[in-house]
Design a protein around this ligand. Structure first.
Ligand code: BGP
Length: 487
């Protein structure tokens, strides 16, 4: 088996709105996730876009209270031997309304102290600038990312971050799972800060209030903002490395019927490569106009935007391509084929593969397929910044959490990474998702746990937040210490 390269960044990943809490601490403004209620795999989350409603439970408000536990948590990551820790910033912690004249010193310091402590522990921070987070005040005032005024406001925020955290942070990601913005409903809210007017369920791929052109224009504005941030980051510190972040999934045709094969090609392009191409090649793919037309966007308006900003996009290509990988996606044009349950991608169940309790297809070889396909296409370093298993963890009779299923999931994925490396893929690191239990993005549950570290908190907000090591904690410690030799 191939060895992992020296300096490989083993670690774990989190997102501010899912683990920080302290939603109004020290002057922080409201952010879109702060008005999203909890749900389950069968019951959608609701958004109350006007603001926080009384007597309503919002999981982000306290989440797992990293705001008050950050030192203890980073110490636990260090104990596991993390080389890298992925976390995200909340724009509204630094600029409460997004367009305030002055930033909040408390917010700047909160992250600075975290980065300093990471450094002391030998952990490299990997910072997502926007992870499903947007100041609510900006949505109210300007709409969302479809309004180009947001680009410069965001660049003011990024400039402050690159300047304040210079020397402490070297690895940056611009927008988490940016391709989520191609998805109606959930993509508009999570990715683009484009909100419905009144309380609505957050649905996947459909929403009566969703306007496709707003999403496509919003995504274009994010591409422009990301490209400009890459240039800004390099100017402020040539050591900075900036990556994109794509929700990745291997796409398979259900059968060798040409219709299924073409459907898989189409899905792959739209889901994986539409955003990937702009970030990594600096230009829209040739098929973009047909994609806009098929998805209800205004083709002429999009062509005009693409043309106007062509130079900007070309100048701001990313240094590396990062992605999340949880599952593969099987596609068929046959309406008789049943859709997979709770499958984020909306594909059908693959008869050769098992799914998690939340219906996400488990496919380690799909990770290798994805790594090799993407590396062939872009030939820039890749970074797996999310991968993991959401499961219900039960305490055993000995009082401990024996999560062998999680170990098994990760071991099989890491084995496939090693094969991809042997085949020449340049892989920078692996930050497993939800290294400490946190709130699920899709369902808002705490019950869907990913962590090496258990957090005492439930779906209804009960629990004292204390932390406990699970069996996977000790397993991953060996993986980090042996640079992936001991699995
Ligand atoms: C990705 C998001 C994360 C995270 C993860 C797991 O889509 O970037 O924020 O939550 O998925 O998903 P979930 O929390 O829905 O299980």
């Amino acid at each position: 088996m191939a060895k992992f390269p020296k300096g490989f960044l083993w670690g774990g990943a989190t997102a501010a709105n899912q683990f920080e809490g302290g939603y109004d601490a020290d002057g922080k403004g409201l952010s879109v996730p702060d008005v999203i209620m909890g749900g389950t795999v069968d019951k959608p989350r609701y958004i109350t876009p006007a603001g926080v409603r009384e007597n309503t439970y919002y999981p982000s408000h306290q989440a797992i209270d990293f705001y008050h536990h950050w030192k203890e948590d980073i110490d636990l990551f260090a104990e596991m031997g993390f080389k890298c820790f992925r976390l995200s910033l909340q724009w509204s912690r630094i600029f409460p309304n997004g367009d305030d004249e002055e930033p909040l010193q408390a917010g700047i310091d909160f992250y600075k102290n975290i980065f300093k402590h990471c450094k002391e522990c030998g952990i490299e921070p990997l910072v997502t600038i926007s992870h499903y987070e947007f100041p609510l005040a900006l949505s109210h005032k300007y709409g969302g990312w479809d309004n180009p005024v947001i680009i410069d406001l965001w660049l003011r925020f990024t400039k402050l971050c690159f300047t304040e955290y210079k020397g402490l942070v070297k690895y940056w990601l611009t927008f988490n799972e940016i391709n989520c913005g191609t998805i109606a409903g959930m993509g508009a809210i999570y990715g683009l800060g484009i909100l419905p007017e009144d309380d609505q369920p957050i649905t996947f791929g459909k929403a009566s209030w969703d306007v496709p052109q707003r999403r496509f224009a919003g995504l274009h504005n994010q591409f422009v903002a990301s490209a400009k941030a890459v240039v800004q980051a390099h100017e402020i510190d040539p050591e900075n490395k900036v990556g994109c972040m794509i929700a990745g999934a291997a796409t398979y045709p259900y059968s060798c019927r040409p219709d299924d094969v073409l459907a898989a090609l189409e899905t792959d392009r739209q889901f994986n490569f539409y955003c990937g191409d702009v970030h990594a090649r600096g230009a829209y793919p040739a098929w973009a106009p047909s994609y806009w037309a098929a998805n209800g966007a205004d083709v002429e308006a999009m062509k005009a935007l693409a043309e106007k900003d062509a130079e900007v996009l070309k100048a701001g290509k990313v240094d590396f391509y990062s992605f999340s990988y949880y599952q593969s996606n099987t596609v068929s044009t046959d309406p008789e084929k049943a859709k997979g349950k709770g499958n984020l991608l909306g594909g059908i169940q693959n008869p050769y593969l098992e799914a998690s309790e939340w219906g996400w297809t488990i496919d380690p070889k799909g990770l290798r397929y994805y790594l090799e396909t993407v590396y062939d296409r872009y030939q820039i370093p890749l970074f797996i910044v999310e991968n993991g298993l959401g499961a219900v963890d039960e305490r055993s009779e000995d009082g401990k959490f024996h999560d062998e299923y999680r170990i098994d999931y990760m071991r099989k994925h890491i084995e496939q990474m090693a094969i991809a490396i042997e085949h020449g893929v340049e892989l920078m690191g692996y930050t497993m998702w939800g290294c400490i239990d946190l709130v699920s993005a899709s369902t808002g549950e705490m019950k869907k746990r990913y962590g090496f570290i258990y957090v005492d908190r439930d779906n209804d907000g009960n629990g004292d937040f204390h932390r406990e090591r699970k069996e996977s904690f000790y397993w991953y410690k060996k993986v980090c210490e042996s640079n992936g030799e001991i699995l």
